[in-house]
Design a protein around this ligand. Structure first.
Ligand SMILES: CC(C)(COP(=O)(O)OP(=O)(O)OC[C@H]1O[C@@H](n2cnc3c(N)ncnc32)[C@H](O)[C@@H]1OP(=O)(O)O)[C@@H](O)C(=O)NCCC(=O)NCCS
Length: 181
């Protein structure tokens, strides 16, 4: 297995485009991975129509009963904006809780950003609830900046009240993507 993350045996990860069978696997665990109900946002369509702009990450767990069986421990579903050429959009991304803080989140995003740059994207964005502190700090660590124009501070973060409907405040984070050299 090859991978982009820190390579200390327990932390190798390999990426591939999702297949439809990944949907059932992930929709059953995604609420647990997020710690809130998001499964309605992970429709099967992402695994049917957006596989070219999405990734799953697999790793081997030498501690498990079946150490040769790759496990899906990461996903990122996204798309190239049809209306805003050059914009790559992250819809949902997560790492299995027991595999966090090993660089997997960084690795899957960096791989996705490289792939999108190769497709011609120049900018990436993600929309998150402003009270999701870990997600905010994570995207800041990747160089994403919050959109401030028209925002107001919510939970200490520049955000947009009721952005996705009543009570659904959101922060929008963006970063440029360098063209591959
Ligand atoms: C956000 C998430 C993807 C991060 O995945 P991860 O594999 O743990 O991230 P990494 O190990 O690559 O962390 C990179 C950096 O992000 C920041 N970070 C990650 N988790 C953090 C935490 N719990 N607290 C503070 N900072 C954190 C740190 O700066 C970290 O660098 P460091 O480990 O050198 O300090 C993961 O926590 C997750 O799946 N959360 C639930 C789903 C979610 O919020 N998705 C994003 C919105 S779509």
């Amino acid at each position: 297995m090859t991978g982009d993350a820190r390579d200390d045996g327990l932390t190798r990860i390999a990426f591939r485009p999702p297949v439809e069978a990944d949907h059932r696997r992930l929709v059953d665990v995604v609420d647990h991975w997020f710690g809130r109900p998001v499964r309605a946002r992970l429709g099967r369509m992402w695994f049917e129509h957006f596989t070219g702009t999405s990734l799953v990450g697999e790793t081997l767990d030498p501690r498990s009963a079946d150490p040769d069986l790759p496990r899906v421990v990461a996903f990122l579903v996204g798309f190239a904006s049809p209306d805003r050429p050059g914009d790559a959009v992250i819809h949902l991304a997560a790492i299995a809780p027991e595999w966090r803080r090993r660089g997997f989140g960084t690795a899957i995003h960096e791989r996705w950003l490289r792939d999108r740059a190769a497709d011609g994207a120049v900018r990436a964005s993600v929309v998150i609830p402003p009270d999701e502190r870990v997600a905010y700090l994570f995207y800041r660590s990747l160089g994403f900046e919050p959109v401030t124009a028209g925002s107001r501070p919510l939970w200490g973060v520049p955000a947009f009240a009721d952005h996705e409907g009543d009570g659904a405040d959101r922060a929008i984070l963006t970063r440029g993507i360098a063209a591959p050299s």
